[in-house]
Ligand binder design. Sequence first.
Ligand code: MN
Ligand code: MN
Length: 456
Amino acid sequence: MDLKYTRKNVFKEADGKQLQEIYNYAEGYKQFLNVSKTERDAAVAAQKLAEERGFLPYTFGEKLKAGDKRYYINRRKNVFLIQVGTQNVEEDGIRIMVAHVDSPRLDLKPNPVYEDSGLCYFKTHYYGGIKKYQWTAIPLALHGVVMLPGGKCVEVCVGEDECDPVFYITDILPHLGQEQAAKPLAKAITGENLNAVIGGLPAIGDEEDKEAVKSAILNLLNKKYGMTEVDFQCSELCLVPAGKARDVGFDASLIMAYGHDDKVCAYPEMTALFESENSPHTIVSVFADKEEVGSDGTTGAQSHVVGDIITAIANSLGADPISTRYNSKCISADVTAGYDPEYASAYEKRNSTYIHCGAAVSKYTGSRGKSGSNDASAEFMGWLRDIFDQNGVYWQTGELGAVDAGGGGTVAKYIANLGIDTVDVGVPVLSMHAPYELISKADVYSLYKACLAFCK
Ligand code: MN
Ligand code: MN
């Protein structure tokens, strides 16, 4: 009997077969990441994967029965995958897993296009918590939709194909950057500095045109998308880091990519649901939107939609919705800050999560004395520990950084506020919210195994 607790490195514990499974699982995850840069992209990817597995669209009011597999996509950004089990949901509740599929990025302003000194630009307004200096001098891709007059929705994706052009935010050269270099990091690049170059070829023929590059760009956009400048006001377009997820290290044990937060949890919860066809439980996997800006609005985890879906499932099975809700359990699947020895002072070593050490359980998050946190009960932690240990899940626990180093929150409290036992379980990330974040293949696989155990 081990009297002392020691964190285990998954790669040291895994046998050859498990190691192969870990690396294989990572390939599927990278494919999902590459097509899921925004919440709209992730919703399309999830729908496709669900339909391949026999899921059908869910409509409110429809009668459900054991074995049914349904998806509900709320406003093209917020996905609910529903699998109905054989247990009575009134007593057994629903096993709920919630991850978010929005990631920090640069949204275009409503009037984004301008020309200055021979170049044409997009003005942006950042979305979520970013370190602004990290977004200059990297390749950016444009994703989103534009509504044309009359209701036609045009899809835009430029910069992901090898042959596509990308977009680019300039930085000052070090030779002339003395003034900038003397500023604190947070002020060296401002939000209003984040303007992306979108072209430089002037329209010819009209000598009077003072914005000939802008005219030429608008002409290109009109030809390709049928849009005019005013249509930007009815669009959702954002700039995200261009390119695909890449393996990191000679041993390829890690993955560098945009948007691990929180697709690194969305993919495991979704695939775990897909692999739980024989589970007696009713299982719901949620992809939430707007987590990076507070989970508000029609597609965020604070929306009534989450509770309404639970009520609708209970009603359709002839169960009491309140009992169903109160007996439900939830994994709030979100990333946490893995211990980074390069920035050791921001962490408390004994209560951090570590890369390669498995699924990261956070009993609470929050800041300034756990404020704004869901603090999972000892009873629920004990229940979860037993199912993880019985199913050979590699897991660890830790806080998001040292006390008063900062802090953060997840969707956990919004689900818990519905009367549902909830705990954060995710993946430790290095360089969280950077254009390219770093995770371990062992940890994304461990979260998958944790979600499988939760669904079993
Ligand atoms: Mn997150
Ligand atoms: Mn985040």
